[in-house]
Design a binder for this molecule. Structure first.
Ligand SMILES: [Zn+2]
Length: 418
């Protein structure tokens, strides 16, 4: 973290500013704070691997005490929840001569269904819609005048999109903050997916550790139903956004519809009522998805009432007091490669007679059940007259490049992703 982040941070308990404690725990790397202790008027919090951990639990206290005796690895392992075999495998990867990938670290840190979700996140249907939505809203005049918060941002997939939005100022990454309760996700985000963005470990079910009225956009994608203290979280999102900020909540599971791993859902009216002071509008996820895939458009000019949404499984909420935010946006076409161009890991690649044969394979039946709508744009098989097993350049694909990018057969991922 950079010192400038301190200006945005507040203690989640006493609300006071946080200041860096000059003690043995402090390690700076250039302008960044790699590890240290932050103090407020009521307690103290550790910074580990450049990530401030603004929660109060045993692991966090353990990590802080480890830091104070200069055991930086112990602090990191405590927060990553690693011991025994997993700790050893992690240590081996870290120390390896070749740079390990996001996928290799994910195998150790998030080996269950959530790890699978993260690995294939860049092409799943809810990501496609959320990405288009934030890129559309990002074109609204007020959206990027201040920092942007990706709350419950996991390992930073959408954060990467937010950091890549066109801003007037040049330091977009600096102004993009990913927050999550799970330290291991943030560690992956800051190392791979959203490097350069600030990561803050905090609980979205508690008061947020940020100053009021500061964020021009607050995004919470795919996670709100899993938060128990929804009223507090909604109030906190509006507090940190302030009267001019935009709140964007893609993919809220509805109680009235069917969802895989639904969480503690609310009705469409229930979600809307939580954000009343911010003038929320509701949109059909099914319709947003269809318009993004079919027309590369995000239409926020036509919102729906809870009655009109009926028993649809999921909805999107956008809350903004500036009504000109609610219009029809063309989603800007991006063909540029900011990381590495790779074949979507959902495909196997076989080389046959100067051609590459790509075959779509969902990792598990459960994944296919939840994200099977990806078939809407991912073809079952693709044959390409080029070798796609190694490094891929757009020129190798000729006129097919744009279509393969749009369909997410080829994806632009962070360096060393998979
Ligand atoms: Zn405090």
């Amino acid at each position: 973290m950079h010192d400038t982040l301190l200006d945005l941070l507040r203690c989640p308990f006493c609300g006071a500013r946080l200041a860096l404690v000059e003690n043995d725990a402090l390690v700076r790397r250039g302008a960044a704070i790699e590890s240290g202790v932050l103090g407020c008027e009521c307690c103290a919090f550790p910074v580990v691997a450049g990530i401030p951990v603004l929660v109060a639990d045993d692991a966090t206290r353990g990590a802080m005490h480890a830091l104070e005796t200069k055991q930086h690895d112990a602090a990191l392992f405590t927060l990553l929840g690693l011991d025994g075999d997993r700790a050893e495998r992690f240590q081996t990867l870290l120390a390896g001569r070749t740079h390990a990938t996001y996928r290799e670290f994910l195998d150790i840190l998030g080996p269950d269904a959530e790890g699978t979700y993260f690995l294939y996140r860049f092409s799943d249907p809810t990501f496609l819609t959320a990405e288009a939505l934030v890129r559309a809203v990002g074109r609204h005049d007020g959206a990027l005048t201040g920092p942007v918060l990706d709350l419950c941002g996991g390992s930073g997939h959408l954060t990467r999109v937010l950091a890549g939005l066109d801003r007037q100022d040049s330091s977009a990454a600096d102004h993009t903050i990913v927050a999550d309760l799970q330290f291991w996700k943030l560690w992956l985000a800051s190392r791979f997916t959203a490097p350069g963005c600030a990561a803050v470990c905090c609980d979205a079910g508690a008061p947020l550790p940020f100053a009021r009225d500061r964020f021009s956009m607050v995004v919470l994608a795919d996670a709100f139903p899993y938060i128990w203290h929804k009223r507090l979280c909604a109030d906190e999102m509006m507090r940190v956004a302030g009267p001019d900020g935009i709140v964007v909540m893609p993919h809220l599971h509805s109680t009235l519809g069917d969802n895989v791993s639904a969480g503690n859902t609310l009705t469409p009216g229930g979600y809307r009522d939580l954000f009343t002071p911010h003038q929320p509008r509701l949109f059909s996820d099914a319709r947003l998805f269809e318009e993004v895939v079919e027309h590369a458009v995000v239409d926020l000019a036509h919102d729906l009432t809870p009655t009109e949404l009926g028993a649809e499984s999921a909805l999107t909420l956008v809350a903004c007091r500036h009504t000109d935010c609610f219009r029809r946006y063309a989603v800007p076409d991006t063909m540029a490669v900011t990381g590495e161009l790779v074949v979507n890991p959902l495909y196997s690649v076989e080389r046959r007679n100067d051609r590459s044969i790509l075959v779509l394979r969902f990792p598990t039946p459960e994944y296919e059940k939840e994200f099977g709508a990806a078939r809407r744009y991912l073809p079952d098989t693709v044959t390409v007259d080029a070798d796609l097993r190694g490094r891929i350049e757009p020129a190798m694909l000729g006129t097919r490049y744009e279509d393969l990018r749009r369909r997410r057969v080829l994806i632009d991922v962070p360096a060393r992703y998979c």
